[in-house]
Design a protein around this ligand. Structure first.
Ligand SMILES: [Zn+2]
Ligand SMILES: [Zn+2]
Length: 89
């Protein structure tokens, strides 16, 4: 399962169990929110943002070079090659 989907699954379960609660948009208080993760390795650290502010946050994160979605793709490209470790002399 992709990391993002796993995180979203965890969030919806945590919401159902009352572990975390949905709030209004962290920026403007709009009650129509989407869950956002700055870091998918911390799936329960959700930031609730309305659609425009959610988009805005991704734009800003991307500009800073730490868009969580892009980071995952980037890491996925680099990780599956542990070949350089065992080098023949
Ligand atoms: Zn907002
Ligand atoms: Zn997001």
């Amino acid at each position: 399962m992709p990391v993002q989907a796993a995180a979203h699954g965890l969030v919806s379960r945590a919401l159902k169990n009352g572990v975390i609660a949905k709030t209004g948009c962290a920026v403007c208080g709009n009650p129509k929110v989407e869950g956002h993760h700055d870091d998918y390795s911390k799936p329960l650290e959700v930031i609730w943002l309305c659609r425009p502010h959610h988009k805005e946050r991704h734009v800003r994160l991307a500009r800073e070079g730490r868009d969580p979605a892009k980071l995952i793709r980037y890491q996925g490209k680099r990780v599956p090659k542990p070949r350089s470790k065992r080098r023949n002399k």
